[in-house]
Design a protein around this ligand. Structure first.
Ligand SMILES: Nc1nc2c(ncn2[C@@H]2O[C@H](COP(=O)(O)OP(=O)(O)OP(=O)(O)O)[C@@H](O)[C@H]2O)c(=O)[nH]1
Ligand SMILES: [Mg+2]
Length: 293
């Protein structure tokens, strides 16, 4: 029986998920590879590449909000619950997708989907278990511009970790929008974030969380709290947690740069062992190069 391969693209609102999907699709096309693009964002409108399957054909966020008087976030959760009750919509077309395809799932940006409610984990389970048995990898995008504010960066890192814990899949974390990180200093600084460690938090001014407020905003109290001993301890504990488990490291992504997209794709391919399955070797087919055996 042939296997199926896929990646689910997650991350906070505006992190560049859909743009990354388009870049991936372009890259796959350039390499004469097939893909099956699924949009699961019921609010998404414009696509560089028309999805092969779109949740909007099952349910529209607009209708849900109107008819059930829900806001955009509640509406989205409803849409996903509806999808989970109607999984055939997803699983039936996927039954037909061959092992040479990379299934790409574009997710919405509401992070509560990944961190709070077990919706994405249920969805992933349905895809990876049972008859579909898709080999999947999660790609979690975070904007590289977050690094200007370490507190924001660590909050983002924790959201990535939370998603890793909720969605039990091989995980590739990605710092997106690298083109926005300009200058040598910024790039040098960025190095420290790609493998974040506890020293980042220990280096923080006044050993507190960095709250960078705009001039003129009165935030005296918040600053006092942030500099406090308790916060210092919390920061170190969080930093240590991330450090100890070596859970979170990031790949850098510049979607304009095809090599960069290619590099991220290689990680995804490795995580799902895509290539191993593509050209089955005859038992006595020797590898050409190197001194094997
Ligand atoms: N400079 C720059 N802008 C980017 C990049 N990727 C995405 N953007 C911009 O960031 C915005 C959000 O990009 P999307 O790809 O729609 O992000 P998303 O994560 O799919 O957003 P949601 O689905 O709304 O959560 C758009 O205005 C993009 O043009 C990038 O690599 N560099
Ligand atoms: Mg999107």
């Amino acid at each position: 029986m042939g296997s199926k391969y896929g990646t689910i693209i997650m991350g906070p609102a505006g992190a560049g998920k859909s743009t990354f999907c388009s870049a991936l699709i372009q890259r796959l096309r350039n390499n004469k590879r097939s893909c099956y693009y699924i949009n699961l964002d019921p609010a998404a409108e414009d696509f560089a590449y028309e999805p092969d399957l779109d949740i909007k054909e099952l349910i529209s966020l607009e209708d849900v909000m109107e008819e059930l008087h829900l806001g955009p976030n509640g509406g989205l959760i409803y849409c996903f619950e509806f999808l989970l009750e109607n999984l055939d919509f997803l699983t039936e077309p996927l039954e037909q997708v061959g092992e040479e395809y990379l299934i790409i799932i574009d997710m919405p940006g509401q992070i509560e989907l990944y961190t709070h409610v077990p919706i994405v984990s249920s969805l992933v389970r349905a895809l990876t278990k049972g008859s579909l048995n898709i080999r999947m990898c999660a790609a979690y995008l975070l904007e590289s511009t977050f690094i200007v504010d370490r507190a924001k960066f660590f909050a983002g890192t924790l959201s990535a970790m939370s998603a890793m814990l909720m969605v039990e899949l091989p995980h590739v974390n990605i710092l997106s929008k690298m083109d926005l990180v300009k200058g040598q200093m910024a790039r040098k600084e960025l190095k420290r974030y790609v493998e974040p460690d506890v020293s980042l938090l220990q280096d923080m001014p006044e050993s507190g969380l960095v709250f960078e407020y705009k001039d003129g905003v009165d935030n005296g109290d918040a600053e006092e709290v942030a500099k406090g001993d308790t916060f210092g301890k919390l920061n170190r504990a969080v930093g240590q947690l991330i450090d100890d488990f070596s859970l979170v490291s990031f790949l850098k992504l510049d979607v304009q740069d095809e090599d960069s997209v290619g590099a991220v794709l290689s990680y995804i391919d490795d995580a799902i062992q895509f290539h191993e399955a593509q050209e089955p070797r005859e038992p006595n087919d020797e590898v050409d190069d190197g001194d094997m055996g």
